[in-house]
Design a protein around this ligand. Structure first.
Ligand code: GLN
Ligand code: ZN
Length: 769
């Protein structure tokens, strides 16, 4: 099937892996559980690849990607392809490559897995390569070549996709035992011959083109890193025995890397023209385009779930036609980050469903744009008119334009986003109202989400349990959690969040303007898929969301119970957000809805209200130049949600990480009275950093690492507290775990919290005695 002159030049970088009914998840988890053989897993995986390629080809994609498929993660696949298997996993990989692969991904009783972290600013997690001065790379092209051969055998024109060498090295970290300042990029000389071998193998297997993904080039890069990029593509380009090379950048603008790629002796460049990538259009023109090269133009946003503005994309493409030898239409990045098929969403209002484009619809849009490009827009008048009508209906809809919400957002002033009193005044009022001991103890919010709780929720969904029965079970749990905390001697209690399936979804389900999908699964990592809510319209709060639970819990005890909410930035970060208005405007609407909840909690008697913002840092734009604007609206939204309370109402926030670095100022600008954060593993280092930056308010650096079932001893927790006291004065230090306890079991939770309370008593006695 070689592309004919009428075949529109359309392609995609990658496609969702799991299959229409999450077949891949079932096959892999079945294999782990011993129910599925390795052969059956391989057959299932090959079947899914075959179906994807067929679907893409039938849709009109001329050149299908291969190698983007993965049994777990494409960065782990790259680690295997370059032979960078960590020492501790080598024996397992040699004994059985498949089991060894999963051991690297998930660990075994005996060996730890690779660390997992977020793939750029998406919610996909990759496995971090571990490299050191002794790393010896060796090419292993079996997966890449095998999948290419499969596609060719099925009659497709295929383009293998690999993580590029620069991105691979920049995503790596020093292996355990290697000096922390080791820079993986120093291994480039050793890595390049391995890539040369991979390219040669793919060429020999029939690849005309190979795509090397270099999303690291959309981040700010040092001159040395840019030089490395130039060198990589000069050297790979100079190889005699190689396929044509397409270097793909996505998730933003290529910036300083653009002229390097334009000059490199490679045959193609893929650029993102959506979101912050839109700047690529002018920058490409400024460097004189890509004469003699193929441009893969990412004009269909691969990260959101909204239909494309086809006319706008056509205008972009018209400009691009003059800037390269050949222009292919493509989504901006792999479609891995969107669900599979919006047509499966039968429960949505059909009008709203027409605004949605998942992987399948984005593929169709890509082909449509390519067709318009090669055959002229007059051949597609009906499609373009339908697109215009859908966009117009979205713009005119009551869902996206609620006058009451807009009036409220318009009326909110800077004054609303500022507490009326200064922190010292508030601290005094709060001290008088709460009467807490020195080093007050608390937890972050959730208590263990037991099987019984999850079963009750499943029963409610399936109709086996009525709403009243469900509430009774949750209330029984709250009773137990409150009684336990009193007995354990904690000072500020929580209700335990048993009723929350997820800290974002719980609120999304209750806010007007959010939609839920039935099949909108996207890969978070490995076989874990999430269904992010869709923030589709103007946000309002028809009724209080947490007040009844707060009240129920507070009525059970004389100690203060914290109101517990998810903050505006996190509500956006873990959802699909609308693309028809600035994020700042969306955040403001969410903040105002939360502000009503905060006010209602206060009116119901809550003296302490916690607004979690674990996503504040992960949503940080990839380019430093874009960060101040982001941090300004993000911190502004947080303050807007929390500043409507009296001076004696204490606002807490929580974040799940300890490296503040460049967001230190932003943390301060939240103006929360108390912040709790992760610190146990880094031995309270963050307390010292906050103190060093002059952070003036109260801090609860975690003394119990909840990421492990390990129970910290009393003396260990006390030692951490003393370390905290070296940085933060006792009057401003809280005692709490690193994060919520929902993933923990009750036995370790009980033991750990009792030690935590004991440690607080011990250190209090040292201070006062
Ligand atoms: N309050 C939430 C909990 O305890 C916070 C979770 C989080 O920070 N991710 O579960
Ligand atoms: Zn947390």
């Amino acid at each position: 099937m070689s592309p004919s002159s009428t075949t529109p030049p359309a392609t995609v970088h990658g496609y969702p892996r799991q299959g229409p009914n999450r077949e891949l998840k079932k096959a892999i988890e079945g294999y782990w559980a011993g129910r599925v053989t390795a052969a059956d897993l391989r057959t299932a995986a090959a079947g899914l690849r075959r179906d994807t390629w067929r679907r893409l080809t039938e849709a009109g994609i001329a050149e299908v990607p291969t190698g983007d498929f993965s049994l777990y993660d494409h960065v782990l696949d790259a680690t295997v392809a370059v032979g960078a298997v960590p020492e501790r996993h080598r024996a397992a990989v040699e004994a059985d490559p498949l089991d060894g692969y999963f051991a690297m991904a998930r660990g075994t009783q005996a060996v730890a897995p690779l660390e997992m972290t977020k793939w750029f600013d998406t919610n996909y997690h990759y496995l971090v390569p571990e490299l050191g001065p002794d790393t010896a790379f060796a090419a292993n092209s079996s997966k890449a070549v095998g999948e290419l051969r499969e596609a060719i055998a099925l009659g497709h024109t295929a383009r293998p996709v690999l993580v590029g060498p620069l991105t691979y090295l920049l995503l790596a970290k020093p292996a355990p035992g290697v000096a922390a300042d080791f820079r993986p990029l120093t291994l480039l000389d050793r890595l390049l011959p391995v890539y040369a071998e991979l390219l040669a193998d793919l060429r020999a297997a029939g690849a005309e083109w190979v795509q090397l993904d270099e999303p690291a080039l959309v981040q700010d890069r040092s001159p040395a890193e840019l030089n490395a990029a130039a060198r990589i593509y000069r050297d790979l380009g100079a190889l005699a025995d190689r396929p044509r090379i397409l270097v793909a950048t996505y998730f933003g603008r290529a910036g300083e890397a653009l002229p390097i790629l334009a000059r490199a002796p490679i045959e193609g460049v893929a650029l993102d023209f959506t979101g912050p990538g839109a700047a690529n259009l002018d920058e490409l023109a400024a460097v004189g385009g890509l004469p003699g090269k193929r441009l893969v133009a990412g004009v269909v946003d691969g990260r959101n779930i909204w239909i494309n503005d086809l006319e706008k994309s056509l205008a972009t493409l018209a400009t691009l036609l003059g800037l390269a030898d050949r222009v292919d239409v493509a989504p901006s990045c792999s479609l891995l980050h969107v669900p599979l098929d919006a047509d499966a969403e039968r429960d949505l209002d059909p009008q709203v469903a027409r605004w949605l484009a998942f992987a399948r619809q984005k593929t169709d849009e890509t082909v449509l744009l390519a067709r318009a490009l090669s055959q002229g827009t007059h051949t597609l008048t009906a499609e373009l008119a339908a697109n215009r009508a859908d966009l117009a209906s979205r713009a005119a809809s009551a869902l996206t334009h609620d006058p009451a919400v807009r009036a409220r957002a318009g009326a909110a002033t800077a004054e609303h986003a500022r507490r009326a009193r200064t922190y010292p005044e508030r601290a005094e009022a709060q001290r008088a109202r709460l009467g807490l001991p020195l080093l007050p103890t608390t937890t972050i919010g959730s208590f263990p989400q037991t099987t019984e709780l999850r079963t009750a929720r499943a029963d409610l969904r399936a109709g086996r349990l009525g709403a009243d029965g469900y509430r009774e079970r949750m209330e029984a749990e709250v009773r137990e959690v409150i009684a336990y905390q009193e007995k354990a001697g904690l000072d500020v209690l929580v209700h335990g969040e048993p009723e929350r399936n997820d800290m974002v979804q719980y609120f999304a389900e209750q806010l007007t303007g959010y939609l839920a999908t039935r099949h909108g699964w996207v890969q978070s990592y490995g076989t874990r898929y999430v269904r992010p809510p869709v923030l589709a319209g103007d946000i309002s709060r028809p009724h209080p969301m947490t007040v009844d639970w707060y009240r129920f819990a507070q009525d059970l005890t004389d100690r203060p119970v914290k109101g517990m909410l998810t903050g505006p930035v996190t509500m956006l970060a873990w959802s699909f957000v609308r693309d028809d208005q600035p994020l700042a405007d969306t955040a403001r609407q969410v903040a105002l809805a939360l502000r009503e909840e905060v006010t209602d909690l206060e009116a119901a008697g809550a003296a302490v209200i916690q607004v979690d913002e674990p996503a504040l840092r992960e949503t940080l734009p990839l380019r430093a130049a874009d960060r101040p604007a982001y941090l300004a609206w993000a911190t502004g939204a947080f303050r807007l949600s929390t500043s409507g309370v009296r001076a004696d109402t204490q606002i807490h926030t929580h974040m799940c990480y300890a490296e503040f670095g460049e967001i230190m100022t932003a943390i301060d600008e939240l103006d929360a009275d108390v912040i709790s954060l992760e610190a146990a593993r880094s031995h309270m280092q963050v307390a010292h950093e906050l103190a060093g930056a002059g952070y003036p308010r109260e801090v609860g650096p975690g003394v119990y690492d909840i990421h492990s079932p390990r129970v910290p001893g009393t003396e260990e927790a006390a030692a951490l507290l003393r370390a905290g006291l070296a940085a933060i004065p006792a009057e401003r230090l809280w005692v709490n775990p690193d994060c919520g306890l929902k993933t923990r079991g009750w036995p370790e939770t009980r033991a750990s919290l009792e030690h935590l309370v004991e440690a607080a008593r011990l250190v209090r006695a040292e201070l006062t005695g």
